[in-house]
Design a protein around this ligand. Structure first.
Ligand SMILES: *Cc1c(COP(=O)(O)O)cnc(C)c1O
Length: 466
């Protein structure tokens, strides 16, 4: 009876935010005016917004009431003390450095520990992490297991690091590796989890080389839940105990609270040892603000503290991961190619398989994204050539990423199963007439991170929107 795919949401709705499906003609106009880039749409013109799961969570009644108890003192805030206690309890790290969001924590960590020419090793660094490594003129090294790159695989932990390659890396370049960073879950290949066994192995290896281990903990609770489900040894453990166990193998973490903090903005660094804390606050103060607020209001820290408890609740996690799987399974049943198994925060469609007639240079993923919006007001995001293609600095040739993906990220506690059913119908309709969808060409692009501001137009006679 407790099939988590069909179990109702474990919450009642106390406050609503109306959403509207504007008429199709208006959607066609809106996307044209947006230069066929969904980042340029006005949110009120979107019906089901699956652009990102970052900062889009719904807060609980307890979090909203926690806001009222925020202590806005510049120094020594009670809300900092509370958050510090919570992080110590949930993560096991007693030394807390709040930041305004996850990338600010990365900025501090990289500034304090990374030097030019270093190699920062991980399973697969998130974009902003990679950006901060590059800003230090260091090299990001991704050692994800092979299965992690496969679209369909039955590996239960596609976020694991390849321990053999890690061993080689440490033997060859150990003296240039300031730390190893495990991203849990691994965002860039679809929110795939890292096993406790893998964490333990990595920890033993880095210890042998006297190298610290940090976590990018943005989706730590989703990762802990997958461990409970898929790693038999931990089936009877609580999610809280699993999370503590994960972090016990590391020296600290960076956190984007916009994900598993269940808040709309915020982040932090947390450390096991005082040494790292002392080093971090040297940079926190100039970058983020004083130690006891670091870019957050007291009320933000108060709501985050509550969110960190709620996010490890088993009923919440069952529904959360169940909803993602529900969407993925229903798309798969309609023969829509999705990354398998689904991860913790969204469903990824292989747009190249759906639209084989559109070459990567004409952005098949973007074509699908545009059509999903026109068809049903659903906003997803392209993670293919529009986001990641780049020129090879030596040959000047365009290098396309291995996959042309469309991500449907699911905000936490925001949409119901009816919304997911709507998305399934919209995606199915669009994919069935995939052969008629046009490719796109760029009419404007910024020099870096172009997908956020790019302007495009449909190519040729294929009629996307008229
Ligand atoms: C979102 C994210 C970040 C960056 O956090 P922001 O709060 O967006 O700055 C870092 N790592 C991972 C894995 C993320 O998903």
């Amino acid at each position: 009876m407790t099939d988590e795919r069909t179990l109702p949401e474990p919450f009642k709705i106390k406050m609503v935010e109306p959403v509207r499906l504007i008429p199709r003609k208006r959607r066609e106009e809106a996307i044209r005016e947006a230069g066929y880039n969904v980042f340029n749409l006005r949110s009120q013109d979107v019906f089901v917004d699956l652009l990102t799961d970052s900062g889009t969570s719904a807060m609980s009644d307890r979090q909203w009431s926690a806001l009222m108890r925020g202590d806005e003192s510049y120094a020594g805030s009670r809300s900092y003390q509370l958050l510090s206690k919570t992080v110590s309890c949930v993560f096991g790290y007693p030394h807390l450095v709040p930041t305004h969001q996850g990338r600010a924590a990365e900025n501090i960590l990289m500034t304090m520990l990374v030097e030019e020419g270093d190699r920062v090793v991980g399973n697969m660094h998130f974009d902003t992490t990679e950006g901060h490594i590059l800003l230090q003129k260091a090299k990001p090294v991704n050692l994800l297991i092979e299965e992690g790159y496969e679209v369909v695989s039955d590996h239960p932990f596609k976020g694991n690091i390849d321990v053999q390659r890690l061993q080689d890396e440490l033997e060859r370049h150990g003296n240039r590796v300031p730390f190893v960073l495990l991203t849990v879950t691994c965002n860039n290949n679809g929110g795939q989890p890292v096993s406790l066994q893998n964490i333990k192995q990595v920890s033993e290896m880095v210890r042998a080389h006297d190298i610290p281990l940090f976590f990018d903990a943005a989706r730590f609770a989703e990762n802990a839940y997958f461990i409970k489900q898929r790693e038999p040894e931990y089936a009877d453990w609580t999610v809280q105990d699993i999370a503590r166990k994960m972090f016990s193998y590391g020296d600290g973490c960076t956190m984007s609270a916009k994900k598993d903090g269940l808040v709309n903005i915020g982040g932090f660094l947390a450390f096991a040892d005082r040494e790292y804390f002392d080093e971090a606050i040297k940079w926190q103060i100039p970058f983020e603000g004083f130690i006891t607020y670091g870019g957050q209001a007291g009320r933000d820290m108060q709501a985050l503290s509550q969110g960190l408890y709620e996010v490890t609740d088993i009923d919440y996690l069952r529904q959360r991961t169940g909803q993602v799987r529900y969407l993925a399974e229903n798309l798969r049943r309609r023969e829509i190619p999705v990354i398998w198994p689904p991860g913790g925060h969204g469903v990824y469609i292989d747009a190249q398989q759906v639209l084989p007639h559109i070459p990567p240079s004409q952005f098949p993923g973007q074509s699908l994204v545009v059509e999903l919006y026109i068809e049903g007001g659903v906003r997803g995001v392209e993670l293919g050539s529009l986001a990641f293609a780049h020129e090879d600095p030596d040959t000047q040739e365009v290098v396309h990423p291995p996959l042309q993906l469309v991500r449907l990220a699911i905000p936490r506690r925001v949409y119901t199963r009816r919304h997911m059913d709507w998305v399934v119908d919209v995606v199915t309709k669009v994919c069935r007439r995939g052969g008629q969808l046009p490719g796109y060409s760029l009419t404007y692009e910024a020099p870096v991170l172009r997908h956020f501001t790019a302007q495009l137009e449909p190519i040729g006679a294929g009629k996307a929107s008229e």
